[in-house]
Design a protein around this ligand. Structure first.
Ligand SMILES: Cc1ncc(C[n+]2csc(CCOP(=O)(O)OP(=O)(O)O)c2C)c(N)n1
Ligand code: SF4
Ligand SMILES: [Mg+2]
Length: 286
């Protein structure tokens, strides 16, 4: 049980990837808070439901503001926070089940509006909290508690989806390098628009993918994670497509563009179209 929230009795399993993501997120929030000289509570975490979403109760030190909402609905909640209070640093934390299964329908409209918020998605390829059912990112053929003879459906490729939906900042990483991961989260926070940092965060209890990601000399496994080449141009859409299609798990910035945010567009509209009080009053006079 944490002293930060004594009513919430929850612990991650030993070795859970979410510990690394927690360190990275704490680091990114520390740096952002210092650099922009904002109160800690001006960082707002909107959490999904899952072991990953419980991040909002697990952070150490001075606490940011936290909202633990409804399964799959982080984006609409965060959209409201971000657009009504643009001064806040709005952060979503959610798992692959929360964000890409029940919550998937919210990604395209949010991407097309480009609100200023940062999503840290912890992908462990299962529903961890509810005891290891298949998730959209479980691999085809994967044995899970809900697919005892192997998953039949195709595995979802979230990076491809984010790119085609028009997400304006897309990074991919894993939980084993919290310091580097923190840099991508911080860059996402500073990016004006929708950022998604998609993190492979292994579930040691139901889907331990550490060896698959990092490789294992002992078992002669090469490892699927690879660092994105320095010469990758993240502003080049086709290069981002090629990078994603290489297979494996790229570690680095995949794509970044700078369309206006929904707040920019609303401000412009208000400036151009809103009428002065005198004009409204005079329109009623005979
Ligand atoms: C509307 C609703 N449907 C289903 C659930 C049950 N449920 C809670 S967490 C979860 C899946 C969590 O998976 P994921 O988002 O991948 O998080 P993880 O635990 O793996 O970090 C489900 C199905 C719920 N709480 N609410
Ligand atoms: S069940 Fe998996 S995701 Fe949940 S805390 Fe344990 S290791 Fe982490
Ligand atoms: Mg999961």
């Amino acid at each position: 049980m944490s002293d930060r929230n004594p009513e919430y009795d929850f612990k991650w399993c030993p070795g859970c990837g979410d510990f690394g993501v927690k360190r990275a997120l704490e680091q990114a929030i520390d740096t952002y808070t210092e650099e922009f000289e904002i109160p800690r509570t001006s960082n707002v975490i909107v959490a999904g439901i899952g072991c990953s979403g419980n991040m909002v109760h697990m952070l150490d030190g001075e606490q940011p503001f936290g909202i633990h909402g409804i399964h799959g609905r982080t984006l609409p909640i965060a959209f409201g926070v971000s657009t009504s209070r643009p001064d806040l640093n709005t952060i979503v934390v959610a798992g692959d089940g929360d964000f890409l299964s029940i919550g998937a329908e919210h990604i395209p409209p949010t991407a097309s509006r480009n609100p200023n918020m940062t999503c840290v998605i912890m992908d462990n390829g299962v529903y961890g909290l509810t005891k290891g059912q298949n998730s959209p990112t479980s691999t085809t053929g994967q044995i899970t508690t809900s697919t005892p003879f192997g998953k039949l459906d195709a595995q979802m490729k979230p990076l491809e989806l984010y790119l085609s939906y028009g997400v304006s900042y897309i990074a991919s990483h894993y939980s084993s390098k919290p310091k580097v991961l923190a840099e991508f989260i911080l860059e996402g926070m500073k990016h004006p628009g929708l950022s998604i940092i998609h993190v492979q965060s292994p579930c040691t209890t139901y889907n331990n993918t550490y060896d698959i990601l990092r490789g294992s000399k002992k078992d002669n496994i090469p490892g699927t994670a690879f660092i994105v080449d320095d010469d990758h141009d993240p502003s080049d859409y086709d290069a981002a497509v090629d990078l994603i299609n290489k297979g494996g798990v790229p570690l680095g910035l995949i794509y970044k563009k700078q369309p206006p945010t929904i707040n920019d567009l609303q401000d412009k509209l208000i400036k151009e179209k809103s009428k002065k009080v005198e004009d409204i009053l005079s329109s009623y006079s005979i």
